[in-house]
Design a protein around this ligand. Structure first.
Ligand SMILES: [Zn+2]
Length: 279
């Protein structure tokens, strides 16, 4: 087997369609992929249809969430849901709400920008189609501003207009982490904490409560983790008897960088343990 369990399509902030992803994965001789779009599973049907029997598609999603700490502070965490039931009504409703919150955040940020920058003529509704289940967010807005300010690059635009340090920032409403984990479990999915690298070793402090609410594993292998962190998270999975996942988090080709799909392949032993949970 050769599984890359973390990919994004243009249903969220990736540059590729699901067809592009599958063609590339087949070329790289990948056997299993999970397209984990942010707060949407709208690409899944097309992916399964197109892949047919040539490639296994694991139904998946990446839910944005906010974890409330006992002190007056929060952490933004991404929760991956694998093997979710894509017809689960509660899941579908929750994801639609999350997408609306993304849209509202981007619209509010754009309103703030336009109030002070008359040359930024963008209509948020033309960026991509919310009604068709696309997840419109700040990544789309950033790319749209780049077209109007070609002298800047994506990072500069992000910092000046979009980031939480910018003058125009508006916070996004999102699910609590414990709710996200619960909703994935209720949809018969396996809830995994995505790329916890930004937490460093403090992950240990919040892990017990996440597990208590149904977290089943950690994305140990991710391009943002160095070997030291991966080893540390691997030890945590052993200590708490958790599943181990990994993936490239490929968003398609980006500027001069080749796509990273297949750069992180999950070891078969870890992948088999995930499959054993479901089959
Ligand atoms: Zn991701």
């Amino acid at each position: 087997m050769a599984a890359d369990l973390h990919l994004h399509s243009n249903y969220s902030d990736g540059n590729w369609t699901v067809v592009d992803i599958i063609n590339y994965a087949l070329n790289k001789r990948i056997s299993h992929i999970a397209i984990c779009d942010h707060d949407t599973i709208s690409g899944l049907h097309d992916a399964i249809t197109y892949a047919n029997s040539k490639l296994k598609i694991i139904p998946a999603v990446e839910i944005s969430s906010r974890h409330n700490l006992p002190v007056n502070a929060t952490l933004d965490l991404h929760i991956l849901g694998y093997f979710i039931d894509c017809n689960n009504e509660n899941l579908l409703n929750v994801l639609a709400n999350q997408r609306l919150a993304r849209y509202n955040q981007s619209k509010s940020i754009l309103d703030n920008i336009q109030a002070r920058n008359s040359d930024i003529k963008i209509n948020i509704d033309t960026l991509t189609n919310l009604k068709q289940g696309y997840s419109i967010g700040t990544a789309h807005l950033t790319k749209a501003i780049l077209k109007l300010r070609p002298e800047l690059n994506l990072t500069a635009i992000w910092n000046e207009f979009i980031s939480n340090n910018s003058n125009y920032f508006v916070q996004r409403q999102m699910l609590s982490t414990l709710e996200a984990i619960q909703i994935i479990n209720e949809a018969n999915g396996i809830a995994i904490l995505a790329h916890p690298g930004h937490l460093g070793k403090t992950l240990k402090d919040i892990l017990p409560i996440l597990i208590k609410h149904g977290l089943a594993g950690i994305e140990v292998f991710h391009p943002s983790h160095n070997q030291y962190l991966s080893n540390y998270y691997l030890k945590l999975t052993q200590e708490y008897n958790l599943l181990v996942t990994g993936g490239s988090d490929c968003h398609g080709p980006y500027a001069e960088f080749p796509p990273s799909l297949g750069n992180i392949i999950l070891n078969d032993n870890y992948f088999q343990k995930i499959l054993n949970q479901k089959f």
